[in-house]
Design a protein around this ligand. Structure first.
Ligand code: MEV
Length: 322
């Protein structure tokens, strides 16, 4: 039997991270240069329910039922089985391969959840629709990192730029003119769950100040959206850099990320900021075509262990995703 195969991209948050957890809008973009692929091979000779999962990136090589009940893959499998009213999965081998760095702010957990859920549902009968995949991936994310906003699973499940605000319909973004981002990995692993928990702790100590900062971050997302929709890319840059300053204030940057942001700006980037949970992981720099290689070189010489250059194409209309 041929293998079932399903891939999901990575993502970056263009602006609005952390504030989005508190109800402010944020913008996220899929990153197709990195992906997670789940392949499922039927094992008709093995007994039903014998589901072997192999995921080298997280050093996993085990039988699904032996995983803890709170394991993200076990939760995803349980939710997919519920959709199909099944109490077991026919014997199979599931291989999960990823080119996403783990704990680096590029959405590795959501990408794994989406590719796994899509592949497993196809294996069990038919691929579930994007909104169901998104809902399941969100449930998995909740177990993974406490109080996620849902932006990571949404941008990855729908594979399109999104303007996201918690508890509102997910909106697609019109991108009037293409733009290029350099994504640079600080090489420091960091847990989004811990970064989110840290912000929550500080917010509890100082609600008014944090809510003012969250509001300011939300205004950046509102403005950036308008600029993207009207092809005013040069106006986006300073907003991204200002977003970084606010992320410093809420305590999720560090000296390595600050150095990379500074290096990108000095090399001529239009704007730069950390992206995702922070405290390590990746940062992004908005670049013109002429500056791209200078900015990449500057980031590498200031300690980035890897860069990805991605161009976000002009894209369709504004709409709601369901
Ligand atoms: C992580 O990519 C974005 C955060 O805002 C967390 C979340 O929205 O769930 C830091």
């Amino acid at each position: 039997m041929p293998a079932i195969s399903s891939s999901a991209p990575g993502k970056v948050i263009l602006c609005g991270e952390h504030a989005v957890v508190y109800g402010m809008p944020a913008i996220a973009l899929p990153v197709f240069q990195v992906s997670t692929t789940t392949k499922i091979f039927a094992k008709p000779q093995s007994s039903d329910g014998e589901v072997h999962v192999i995921a080298p990136a997280i050093s996993l090589d085990t039988i699904l039922v032996t995983l803890e009940d709170q394991d993200p893959l076990k939760i995803a499998a349980r939710l997919v089985m519920q959709e199909f009213h099944l109490d077991h999965i026919p014997a199979c081998e599931i291989h999960i391969q990823t080119t996403l760095p783990i704990a680096a702010g590029l959405g590795s957990s959501a990408s794994t959840a989406v590719s796994f859920t899509r592949a497993l549902s196809t294996f069990l009968g038919h691929p579930l629709p994007d909104n169901t995949i998104n809902r399941i991936a969100y449930e998995v994310e909740k177990h993974h990192h406490g109080s996620p906003s849902g932006i990571d699973n949404s941008v990855i499940a729908y594979e399109t730029p999104v303007y996201y605000q918690k508890d509102r319909p997910i909106e697609t973004l019109k991108i009037a003119s293409p733009f290029t981002l350099v994504i640079a990995d600080s090489g420091i692993k960091s847990s989004t769950a811990q970064a989110v928990a840290g912000v929550r702790h500080r917010w509890e100590q100082n609600r008014q100040q944090y809510e003012d900062w969250f509001y300011e971050i939300g205004q950046i997302s509102i403005d950036v959206r308008e600029y993207l929709e009207n092809g005013m890319i040069e106006k986006v840059g300073p907003h991204l850099t200002h977003n970084h300053v606010l992320l410093q204030k809420i305590g999720v940057s560090n000296s390595e990320l600050d150095n990379l942001v500074e290096a990108a700006l000095t090399a001529g980037a239009l704007g730069a900021k950390l992206s995702g949970g922070g405290l390590g992981g990746n940062m992004i720099a908005l670049v013109s075509n002429e500056q791209t290689s200078t900015v990449v070189d500057a980031l590498i010489s200031h300690g980035a262990i890897h860069t990805i250059t991605t161009t976000i194409p002009a894209s369709g209309g504004i709409g709601h995703l369901r």
